[in-house]
Design a protein around this ligand. Structure first.
Ligand SMILES: [Mg+2]
Ligand SMILES: [Zn+2]
Length: 209
């Protein structure tokens, strides 16, 4: 089983952060920093951050497409997983509008895809967290809980991620791949969790072969 994060992993940038940066005043960064320091939960941070943003859906989507470069090697990883019959799950604390736009048809390769919802209402962006069964004290889509569910469903769990919410996967996945230089890579080192660093998904595909 492969459990894959989206922002900063499938994409090279964190799209949610970039969209907030473009459409919200700089105070969103203070809220994000409080979440990274574990002072508030991610959904609470996201509710506050996205409440600051002002955008209509088309302009938010345009911007996401403009900056949403996919990490090299993604299609190779998807193809190799399909060839081996390895199910892939997407587990993202991010949001539907840009995940669906950036993955397009690729979304259908994921046996399960967990992410949060947005509603654009008169230039404001309302966020909704539909996966209550996957929430922990700090995340709305807990990567640790998704890894637990993947283990129950399949077997060996490979988690691939980069960020603060991916810390919940530490100790809950059999193998972890972390984007080189990422917060997850540092968290694994601090907590004695073996992890393999990567820049391109080609490195992940080769390590799993
Ligand atoms: Mg991420
Ligand atoms: Zn969690």
């Amino acid at each position: 089983m492969i459990v894959l994060d989206f922002d900063g992993t499938v994409t090279q940038k964190d799209i949610g952060d970039e969209v907030c940066d473009r459409f919200a005043p700089p105070a969103w960064r203070d809220i994000d920093a409080a979440w990274v320091r574990s002072e508030i939960s991610l959904p609470d941070a996201q509710r506050q951050m996205w409440a600051l943003a002002r955008a209509e859906r088309p302009e938010a989507l345009d911007y996401a497409r403009q900056i949403g470069h996919l990490r090299p090697g993604l299609d190779g990883l998807i193809g190799a997983a399909a060839a081996r019959g390895t199910p892939m799950w997407l587990a993202s604390g991010g949001f539907d509008f840009y995940i669906e736009a950036l993955l397009g048809d690729r979304l259908s390769v994921f046996e399960r895809a967990y992410f949060n919802r947005t509603r654009f209402v008169d230039g404001r962006i309302e966020v909704d967290f539909p996966h209550a069964e996957l929430s922990c004290g700090s995340c709305a889509v807990c990567k640790g809980k998704v890894c637990d569910a993947a283990r129950e469903a399949g077997g060996e769990v490979v988690f691939i991620g980069d960020g603060a919410s991916d810390r919940c996967a530490i100790g809950r996945a059999d193998r972890i791949f972390a984007v080189r230089g990422s917060l997850l890579e540092r968290a694994c080192a601090e907590r004695g969790q073996a992890c393999k660093s990567f820049d391109s998904f080609d490195e992940v595909t080769a390590a799993l072969a």
